[in-house]
Design a protein around this ligand. Structure first.
Ligand SMILES: [Fe+2]
Ligand SMILES: [Fe+2]
Length: 277
């Protein structure tokens, strides 16, 4: 084994005693030859607790990726900084934008990043922001902004820039992580607001590889329409994917469907899930 990916935060928990769930996502990538990378931080209620329960030493993490600026992915950054000090934070510069969810009932909730950029910097964050596809560590790349090219990936229709409901938020800051391994590509998703097929096509365009080994994380298929789910499954089946470990914003109904359609590949990436490569 040269690498281990462990889910630290998710909506659901596995069998590790004392770990806690929250609506959010975080995964730790540990490697034998290079530094660890923390991908997302959850809401902030469970990251430090779950890491301690699983004996994961977050004090040695110096690189943190924020997949996008929603509270359930960036909320754990401040607690992490307060406990362990400075880290380099890789993200898209749109993570600081104002964003809201408007429910069918008309209720409006802020769902953006909880603090100003300067507050994170005061706490020890150094932001490394870019919209470009880039390598952030040997063999590990961030997608940058993902072009929305498929007609069927309409995304989450409940997201807006403010409570007026006039300006839909397509979450342009959404990025995924690409890890090159001997077995093929391993893709870590935060919420995948850009769409799974858009994301996979963008990765193929950027690095000329389609040998997909694993997809892990939030697919957001639970917040999208039936057509998007159907066509995403069709596309996934054509990739030759070996492990599909979904969680977070995938939701029960979409996860159940994925489990039926890809029974050998499907797993739930709940807190404590690990993938060794
Ligand atoms: Fe999310
Ligand atoms: Fe999100």
């Amino acid at each position: 084994m040269s690498m281990r990916i462990t889910i630290l935060c998710d909506n659901s928990v596995g069998p590790i005693s004392g770990t806690l769930g929250e609506h959010g996502f975080a995964a730790l990538i540990e490697r034998v030859t290079d530094e660890p990378i923390l991908f997302d931080t959850g809401q902030g209620f469970t990251l430090l607790h779950n890491a301690a329960r699983m004996k994961k030493e977050l004090a040695v993490v110096s690189k943190v990726v924020i997949s996008h600026g929603h509270y359930d992915h960036v909320g754990g950054l401040m607690p992490l900084l307060k406990d362990f000090g400075g880290v380099e934070v890789f993200a898209h510069d749109g993570i600081f934008a104002s964003r809201h969810r408007i429910k069918d009932t008309g209720e409006c909730y802020p769902i953006g990043i909880p603090f100003e950029k300067s507050a994170y910097e005061t706490a020890g964050a150094t932001f490394n922001l870019s919209t470009a596809f880039r390598e952030i560590s040997p063999g590990i790349m961030l997608t940058g902004e993902v072009p929305r090219v498929t007609a069927f990936e309409k995304g989450d229709q409940g997201l807006y820039c403010d409570c007026s409901g006039q300006e839909p938020d397509a979450t342009p800051d959404d990025q995924s992580l690409v890890i090159e391994t001997d077995k093929g590509l391993v893709i870590l998703l935060g919420c995948c607001h850009a769409g799974l097929v858009n994301t996979l096509e963008h990765i193929a365009y950027q690095i000329g590889r389609r040998d997909l080994y694993a997809v892990i994380g939030g697919t957001h298929l639970g917040f999208c329409g039936q057509e998007q789910l159907d066509k995403s499954i069709d596309a996934l089946k054509k990739t030759g994917i070996r492990k599909l470990a979904v969680s977070h914003c995938t939701g029960f109904a979409a996860a159940a469907r994925l489990s039926r359609e890809l029974p050998k590949e499907f797993q739930m990436a709940m807190v404590g899930y690990t993938l060794d490569i």
